[in-house]
Design a binder for this molecule. Structure first.
Ligand code: FES
Ligand code: FES
Length: 154
């Protein structure tokens, strides 16, 4: 079947199988490599994308479900400068090691700050609970999001 949706600000049309997951369509058919394949069972958040502004696991969304909707990934938000404060804070706080989880964390944190520009530490922890990192131990990531909130432009 053929689906159409907005990807990173541009309309795309792509042929998919009814049971094809969005993660595969983005990575394999549309070349969006920031979306990572981790657990593939809704546990790690490495495959996070924004669906109509909300973070979702692209490994749990069937491609036909996004027909007519909007998907945003790190590639786009980095190009518009909207991730600048988060990226700077992640670097400054050393909240990135291997980087595999980082796009997912950035999108989840971005969605949080759009909705709540001044979150408490508890609110940051809660928002990020669906994203796993096996390198940093989370403390630095949480510090980075709190730091980014001070400079985040909504
Ligand atoms: S790959 Fe989707 S949640 Fe882990
Ligand atoms: S930085 Fe390596 S998994 Fe998070």
């Amino acid at each position: 079947m053929r689906i159409s949706f907005k990807l990173n600000g541009k309309p795309v049309t792509v042929d998919v199988k009814p049971n094809e997951i969005l993660l595969d369509v983005l990575r394999l058919k549309l070349g969006v490599k920031s979306v990572k394949r981790g657990c593939e069972r809704a546990e790690c958040g490495a495959c996070t994308v924004l669906l109509d502004g909300k973070p979702v696991y692209s490994c749990t969304i069937l491609a036909p479900q996004v027909n007519g909707h909007e998907i945003v990934t790190v590639e786009y938000l980095a190009s518009t400068g909207e991730l600048d404060s988060l990226i700077k804070a992640f670097v400054d706080k050393a909240a990135i090691q291997c980087g595999f989880c980082t796009p997912g964390f950035l999108l989840t944190a971005y969605a949080l700050l759009k909705e709540n520009p001044n979150p408490s530490e508890e609110e940051v922890r809660k928002a990020l609970e669906g994203n796993l990192c096996r390198c940093t131990g989370y403390k630095k990531i949480i510090e980075a999001v709190l730091e980014a909130a001070k400079h985040f432009k909504r």
